[in-house]
Design a protein around this ligand. Sequence first.
Ligand code: HNI
Length: 147
Amino acid sequence: MVEWTDFERATIADIFSKMNYETVGPAALSRCLVVYPWTQRYFGNFGNLYNAAAIMGNPMVAKHGTTILHGLDRAVKNMDDIKGTYTELSVLHSEKLHVDPDNFKLLADCLTVVVASQFGKAFTGEVQAAFQKFLSVVVSSLGRQYH
Ligand code: HNI
């Protein structure tokens, strides 16, 4: 059971309320696929991932980046049971998609960079700490059903 301070709850709610899922999601997933190219192996049916420009312009990457953010939204709405919220998604990534759970952290870090660049000075140390705490709970919950 994760304890959240009022500040952390308010900060996570605030960040997600200001986030445009259709731009942040694609930017974060593209960044992950460019910076950590081995993550491309799970998206063999996404067509052209040949270089950074192709990845950033790929509509399937964009669509899936948005899907991932909607997935994160479920955690925001269930801050007190993120583990339970992600049980099925964890099973899916483990047993069907066979995604190495180390990759969750890589994507979380890419998302942090994108959010930081969008929020600018408002992304203070305290805000960053709250955001990364939230993402680390997400990453751990998504990895929970792996064995
Ligand atoms: Ni992920 C499908 C959420 C990280 C590879 N992923 C999903 C779906 C959601 C989702 C939601 C759609 C499920 C469904 O169709 O029922 N993924 C998330 C979240 C994170 C995450 C919240 C982490 C923050 N996924 C990753 C990572 C990889 C990944 C890091 C690989 C590097 N995910 C996939 C693949 C699919 C997927 C592959 C199936 C895509 C498709 O459409 O074929």
